[in-house]
Design a protein around this ligand. Sequence first.
Ligand code: FES
Ligand code: FES
Length: 163
Amino acid sequence: MIKEGTRPTKTLSVILNGQKRVTEIQSNETLLDVLRNKFQIKSVKAACWVGDCGICTVLLDEKPVKSCLVLAQETMNCTITTVEGITHNDKLTELQDAFIRHGAVQCGYCTGAFLILGHYIINQQQRFTFSEIQEMINGIICRCTGYLQIIESILEVNEKQFR
Ligand code: FES
Ligand code: FES
């Protein structure tokens, strides 16, 4: 049996929010662990650690994944995007602004996950209906807002793309 702390380590290299980042990882570490504990990306939250809550959602090679379900070693040379990677010059994105105006942020624990998923939805350059957005976000749990404000925010920015 391998004792905690004595597992063999590997060097992980990824492009995180546009920058090359390198760290040592153990074979059992998840992407969630590495983002929070090695790269200090604290916008990525954790609640269930088993794929149920979606709070740990990030983009991996431009696709949304639950980072607690991904082994860090599987992300070698991949591109990873978190909320820190979608803002420019510390300005709010249109979606962040919409979240504030619609009251889509309450305790904020789920907000990083919904923003990154909303960013993905908007980047599809496709017009979605309320129901389609509702369906697309149903993998993330919010205990505060009731979801309506989150859907309305994403819908508003999505619709603006086609005016
Ligand atoms: S912490 Fe990853 S899905 Fe809940
Ligand atoms: S705003 Fe509190 S969990 Fe979503």
